[in-house]
Structures are given as C-alpha cells and as structure tokens.
Design a protein around this ligand. Structure first.
Ligand code: FES
Ligand code: FES
Length: 213
C-alpha cells in the first residue's frame, strides 16, 4: 500500500505527527491570529503561530474548489478537520475513517496530487489549490469518474468512495490513457473495507476509456 502520508505536493509535506513532535512548519508567514476571545487579530510569523499551537486560532484563507474560503483554525488542525468541522458551510464529502494516513478515505487533491488530508495541516495548505469531492461533478452533472462509479456499482457503504474517486481523478488528469495496473497503483493508498475492488477497478477502467476519448 502506498504511504500517502508524506506525499507531495503537500506544501511542506509536514505531517500532523511531525508537527506535534515539534517538527518544521512551512509556509506560515503573515497570517492573522485571533486572540482567545476570538476578536483580536495580529500579524504573526510562522514561529509565533506555532507557539499558539494548542490555544490561539489562526485566520487563513484556503483555496478550495476554485473559491477562497476563510477559516479560523488552530495550527494543529488538519486539513480534513478544517474541511469538515471549521468551514461554514462544511465540506463533509471527504471522509474521516482511520485518521492515521492508512485508508485514503480522506484523500483530496492539492495542486493536482492526492494527499491524505487527515495527515496534512490546514496551515500547510494555504496558498495551494485544494480540490475535494464536492469540486468534481454535481449530482446532475457528474464527472467522468463519478459517472463510471455509478455505472459499475463501484461502492457499497460509500465511505471509501470519495477517496478512490479523487485518487483515480488525479491519475487520469495526469495520465488519461492509464492502464489497469497504473490505475490500481494510483489507488494503492486507498482501502475498501466492503471489498468492492473489482467494481472500483471496472469503474476506473471505464473512466479511463471516457477520459481518453
Ligand atoms: S488516511 Fe485519512 S482518514 Fe484514513
Ligand atoms: S464501499 Fe464500503 S468501504 Fe468501500
């Protein structure tokens, strides 16, 4: 299984674990920090933002699905947490399952590459292009990959599905004529507990045919 926890292009490839261990935080300058009462706002360096790690919140703007979204998060907040719990309205299509970088259910695209959002700090995603399952098709206008999953019954409970769809989308956007092996490899970091792999890969191949027309 592919380890997606440290995959680029997460802006600094800094995992939550590394952060909590006091590792290096990248790309965090000039952010505004809300004080404990939520009203005070000051300009901070990334070092001072780190110092607020367990208390203060940092006001940042994330570029999600082509829109600028303002959000206030603690520096320790994961991108997944920001999407699901801090945005208003929330984006809950990205799923929380293992919360440890093992299952791929939380996969989003950052600058076009699949990333485990449960292992990526929200602050590290600032300045990068984030795409979630909500940014693909709409119910009445599905993307090629979403359409293929429907056609092939590529899901049962559906918890793993957004992650697989994002991973396959990333592969086909960079490699429209991907082979079955390449498609399987692109999903190496994704697990389906319901065991719908045959249908998932049928869907991936169907999408590849559609994507390469
Ligand atoms: S890899 Fe993030 S929830 Fe499993
Ligand atoms: S459809 Fe249930 S985990 Fe994949």
């Amino acid at each position: 299984m592919t380890d997606r926890t440290n995959q680029p292009p997460s802006p600094s490839s800094l995992s939550r674990r590394a952060f909590l261990k006091g590792g290096v935080v990248a790309s965090l300058t000039g952010a505004a920090v809300a004080g404990p009462n939520g009203t005070e706002s000051v300009s901070v360096t990334r070092e001072s933002a780190i110092a607020t790690s367990l208390k203060g919140k940092v006001a940042v703007t994330l570029e999600i699905n082509g829109a600028a979204r303002d959000v206030s998060v603690e520096p320790r907040t994961t991108l997944l947490g920001a999407l699901r719990d801090h945005l208003e309205p929330a984006l809950t299509g990205t799923k929380l399952v293992c919360d440890g970088g093992n299952c791929g259910a939380c996969t989003v695209l950052i600058d076009g590459a699949p990333v485990a959002s449960c292992m990526t700090l929200a602050l590290d995603a600032v300045g990068h292009n984030i795409r979630t399952i909500e940014g693909l098709g709409k119910p009445d206008d599905l993307s090629v990959v979403q359409e293929a999953f429907c056609a092939e019954d590529g899901l049962m409970c559906g918890f793993c599905t957004p992650g697989f769809v994002m991973a396959i989308t990333a592969e086909l956007e960079s490699n429209p004529r991907a082979t079955l092996d390449e498609l399987k490899n692109s999903c190496a970091g994704n697990l389906c507990r319901c065991g719908t792999y045959p249908q998932i890969f049928d869907a991936a191949v169907r999408a590849a045919r559609g994507a390469s027309k």
